[in-house]
Design a protein around this ligand. Sequence first.
Ligand code: FAD
Length: 278
Amino acid sequence: MIPPIASRFVAGESPAEALDHARQLNDRNVKAILNLLGEHYDERRPADEDAEAYLRMVEDIESADAEACISVKPSQVGLDVGTEVFHENVERIADHAAERGVFVWIDMEDHDTTDATLDIYEKLAQKHEGGVGVCVQANLKRTDDDLERLADLPGKVRLVKGAYDPPAEVAYEEKSAVNAAYERQLEYMFSNFDGGIAVGSHDPEMIAYAEDLYEEYGTDFEIQMLMGVREDAQYDLAGEYEVWQYVPYGDKWLSYFYRRVMERKENLLFAVRAIVGR
Ligand code: FAD
């Protein structure tokens, strides 16, 4: 069992707890993106095991009739073992999910995995029209070109600022440059995509900018935020827009919890208060 202190950011260790959390979100008009925690496996066995866990989760989502989908990390299903293993596993998951009407997101990891990730997304978006989405990172200089490649594909694209630390040759480093890229890329998406835009950000300025673009272009979009981050805003926004919450679950919660706590002073204070009981 995960300790109460971590339960702000992680739904639980079991798929049942993740689905319970999804149902609670659905009651508040928010949909759930379920992510089994795990990444960077350098052997095939754990990668295959997590792929199989996703196949079971897809079946559980279907039978629970929950407004939920899954999000898979490339290195969780074999990218560090080899591109072929990753492609094979993610295709297996997408095929299984498409048969059951469950949407599949592919997360984006380090900058040197972007090509392998976009290649399989392109294939699967065409194979399962409207059933697969991919994440792209505004801090990478290549993303403007990547969005041109993605614009005509029948899937969804989640734009995030980027959680990794790519080298300066390939990435914007200043916060202001990343924000400017995010806004530029959002505008490109609203003016060139037919829909399927996911704004993956907690930043009130980026959300407000997306709302303005929606007013201007009328292109369908959704907002995605993490479990435990600006949840009141998520519930408020769900009154007006489609909102999805990214919900991590599984027994590898410790390093994820640590990352969430360390990325922001307020989260660190929350953790310290929970530990000392005030
Ligand atoms: P930041 O630039 O971190 O913050 C801007 C403003 O947002 C802050 O000033 C504050 O007002 C508000 N804010 C931010 N965090 C908080 C908080 N904890 N509490 C209160 N206010 C806050 N990255 C990847 O590289 N690959 C992925 O596949 C990926 N998937 C993601 C999926 C989802 C649904 C989300 C939400 C993020 C994902 N990310 C992913 C992470 C992303 O790249 C960013 O690292 C992360 O979202 C932080 O950037 P931000 O846009 O939220 O705002």
